[in-house]
Design a protein around this ligand. Structure first.
Ligand SMILES: CC(C)(COP(=O)(O)OP(=O)(O)OC[C@H]1O[C@@H](n2cnc3c(N)ncnc32)[C@H](O)[C@@H]1OP(=O)(O)O)[C@@H](O)C(=O)NCCC(=O)NCCS
Length: 177
């Protein structure tokens, strides 16, 4: 893992950044990354891992949302506030070096931070079927059984489970490391 990487808010970052040709190996996600860079979503926070040369190793986007938790035995008509992970992508050449885990941990910490101010029920995401194991190995649970042919898996981690991971909220939200 390269040292001297910074976790930055990409929309307010004024340092160098090489965002063209971002390639995580999944065309659909690459296209979404492009939309994030074009600021096509107003409701999302985007954090990037960059080195001092401005090379972008990966990014994670998240927003506030609500979800039904009927599969968890909650009221069928109720929707619950959650932090939603909208995208996680690591450039192909940097995959399998813990950068994805590091970005995911930053959002778990962000969820704890938000929960200090306004209670949320947990973290929700829709993972590509082939990536769902990555999240399950990190404490997320399926919201419904996998059906062959299904492209996305809905996953959830409640805030109590995040608290048990030994992570802490951000105390200085302008310094995310
Ligand atoms: C999935 C992804 C975010 C993981 O980030 P990473 O930095 O490569 O992963 P880490 O080094 O932190 O952890 C390694 C784990 O990722 C898994 N992984 C690595 N590349 C992967 C890939 N292309 N697809 C799915 N999982 C992958 C490894 O099997 C390993 O799993 P385990 O530790 O649970 O056994 C990253 O590989 C990626 O961007 N893949 C392509 C885009 C994608 O699938 N994004 C997620 C969409 S929901």
């Amino acid at each position: 893992m390269e040292d001297n990487l910074q976790l930055v808010d990409l929309y307010s970052w004024i340092g160098p950044i090489e965002s063209l040709n971002f390639d995580c190996g999944v065309v659909k996600i690459n296209n979404e990354v492009r939309k994030l860079f074009n600021k096509e979503y107003e409701d999302r926070r985007v954090l990037g891992l960059v080195n001092q040369l401005g090379n972008l190793f990966g990014l994670i986007a998240f927003s506030l949302g609500t979800t039904s938790l009927i599969q968890k035995g909650e009221h069928p008509l109720e929707r619950y506030p959650v932090l939603s992970v909208d995208l996680l992508a690591i450039q192909k050449k940097y995959q399998n070096q813990s950068y994805g885990s590091r970005l995911l941990a930053s959002v778990l910490k962000m969820a704890l931070t938000v929960n200090c101010l306004v209670p949320i029920k947990g973290i929700y995401l829709e993972a590509l079927a082939e990536a769902s194991e990555f999240y399950e190995n990190r404490g997320f649970q399926e919201l419904h059984p996998f059906i062959p042919g299904m492209k996305f898996q809905k996953l959830f981690m409640n805030i109590a489970s995040v608290e048990k991971l030994g992570l802490y909220p951000y105390f200085d939200i302008f310094n995310l490391d």
